[in-house]
Design a protein around this ligand. Structure first.
Ligand code: DMJ
Length: 549
């Protein structure tokens, strides 16, 4: 608004300037600005708005030389692969008991303040649900940890709740992936570890049937959410209704094991179909964007990451060629991101979520066997994968040890310039810690496979840092706002994966090797161990023959 009196003299000065330097009319200037704005918009968002079918990414030649350059410095110290060394078992079993104590402290707070609720807020002593009523996110997610830690009383209390209060007839949206990995996975693992307690299988079948509603899209790719009471899939409210790639493709273990147990192969076929659809899609050397559309079965958008929404999909092939780089000055190996499908400029950003990949690579390279036993028969490729896994785990441990609290932030950036003095950079909004499990998971797997005691020592350091900064005195543990500040501000949320994953992996890391042996069990992405089975029924055999991946 132009107050003529006050701004008169200034106005005439501006008018003079305008006449002298602005030969175009206002309308023309407006037109030019709109054109530039539109061009900029198209440029920065080309990967988001181009449909996959219209956009053919330039598939680059794989440059093996580049990969070799990055990987040739891998730590191949054979001492790391030596037979299981002798350790002071007394110390480690005492440490394992410390973890059990931590679990009891976390569980005790939840039981007192939030029993039956999906999630726990330990500072406000309250609980909350992910939908209208709780469907056991915390309790069911914890069942197998209670069994593994042999916490009998607590386990009976939890079983009783499942038997008498758990009801999946809930009229509200729940996330298909989270419900599958935490609740369905939790029930199936509890079924096996409890010695086939039929309660859990009955609940798993009921939940599995309700989850099938999410697969009613035109392509069979599950919608992001489902209404369990109405058995209806609900498309995501953003990203053109696309589901996350990792979420849609990480339902295999639970649905196939459920088929195996129930002899109902609808679960198998519907989950298998997801992989068949994804198999047909064009990929970038095995890499894929992080969204997948249930409507047309195409990828949506372009961003490629092993962090949020991409993590649990991954196979290693394209990762080694396109995403691995090293930081300055210490040459830490990390897995970065690509901004677009077909792009080859690595963004040096890594989510803590990516840290699962260290253990995952080692598992793939050894098929869950001890390195000492299989080393002679491992291919060069497997050895390389194992070494990348070890180096990545070391980088993830650095993410903890480089902060003042000794805890890792949610996201880090790595230095890319040769005059950098520090490898790890933490941006102000990325310093939170949600009690995530991925690094401990990798330490546990690498410890079991290599027998290198270093992994246990690192784990113990990290456990102590969690004890020091995330423990809530009156009960529970909590997420933190910023791990770079001492004391860190606390967030009032104990994620269910603290009980289901992080503490379970610590417990296994400090425990004996025959507790959930890696050649007999496979962990789902929420750390629920499921027994490796050989399907015997004709139904399953016929289906396995058709599998292409
Ligand atoms: C867990 O719920 C699962 O591991 C999931 O796959 C991704 N990450 C969280 C824990 O960080």
């Amino acid at each position: 608004y132009d107050n003529g009196k006050t701004y008169k003299s200034r106005r005439s000065f501006i008018k003079k300037l305008y006449k002298k330097y602005m030969p175009f009319s206002r309308a023309r200037w407006l037109f030019i600005i709109i054109i530039f704005g539109a061009l900029y918009f198209v440029f920065v968002s080309k990967y988001i708005f181009f449909e996959q079918s219209d956009f053919q990414p330039p598939i680059k030649e794989v440059n093996n030389e580049d990969t070799k350059f990055l990987l040739e410095d891998l730590n191949t110290d054979p001492s790391l692969d030596s037979p299981i060394q002798v350790h002071n078992d007394q110390t480690w079993s005492e440490r394992q008991m410390e973890v059990k104590k931590a679990f009891k402290h976390a569980w005790g707070g939840y039981v007192r303040d939030a029993w039956g609720y999906d999630e726990y807020h330990p500072l406000s002593h309250s609980g909350s649900n992910l939908s209208n009523t709780g469907i056991g996110f915390t309790i069911v997610d914890s069942l197998d940890t209670l069994l593994i830690m042999d916490l009998k009383e607590e386990y009976e209390h939890a079983r009783d709740w499942v038997a008498n209060s758990l009801d999946f007839n809930v009229d509200g949206d729940v996330n298909v992936f989270e419900t599958t990995i935490r609740v369905l996975g939790g029930l199936l693992s509890a079924y096996h570890l409890s010695g086939n307690d039929g309660l859990y299988l009955a609940k798993a079948i009921d939940l599995g049937d309700r989850l099938l509603g999410a697969f009613s899209s035109p392509t069979g790719i599950p919608y992001a959410s489902v209404n369990l009471a109405r058995r209806e899939g609900i498309r995501a409210h953003f990203n053109g209704g696309a589901s996350s790639t990792s979420e849609a493709t990480t339902l295999q273990l639970e649905f196939k094991y459920l088929s195996h147990l129930s002899d109902n192969y609808e679960y198998w076929d519907k989950s298998q179909n997801i992989m068949l659809v994804v198999d047909e899609l064009k990929k970038y050397d095995g890499l894929v964007p992080i969204f997948l559309s249930p409507n047309d079965g195409q990828f949506w958008g372009g961003k490629i990451t092993l962090g949020a929404r991409g993590d649990s999909y991954y196979a290693i092939k394209g990762v080694k060629t396109h995403l691995i780089d090293r930081s300055y000055p210490s040459g830490l190996l990390y897995i970065g991101e690509l901004a677009g499908f077909g792009d080859d400029v690595i963004s040096p950003k890594m989510d803590h979520l990516v840290c699962f990949m260290g253990g995952n690579l080692a598992l793939g390279a050894t098929r869950g066997r001890k390195v000492h036993d299989v080393q002679k028969n491992m291919s060069d490729n497997d050895l390389e994968d194992l070494n990348i896994g070890k180096e990545l785990a070391k980088t993830c441990v650095e993410m903890y040890f480089s902060t003042t609290t000794g805890l890792a932030p949610e996201i880090v950036y790595f230095s890319t310039s040769d005059d950098a003095t520090t490898d790890i950079i933490i941006k102000s909004l990325d310093g939170h810690n949600l009690l995530r499990p991925e690094t401990v998971e990798s330490l546990f797997i690498l410890w079991r496979l290599t027998g290198d005691i270093q992994y246990r020592h690192w784990g113990w350091e990290i456990f102590q840092a969690f004890e020091k900064y995330t423990k809530v005195k009156e009960g529970g543990y909590t997420s933190l706002d910023d791990v770079t500040v001492v004391p860190p501000r606390q967030r009032d949320k104990m994620e269910t994966f603290w009980l289901a994953e992080t503490l379970k992996y610590f417990y296994l890391l400090f425990g004996p090797d025959d507790l959930i042996p890696l050649d007999k069990y496979v962990f789902n992405t929420e750390a629920h161990p499921l027994p490796i089975f050989s399907p015997t029924s004709e139904n399953a055999q016929a289906r396995i023959k058709k599998m292409r991946y």
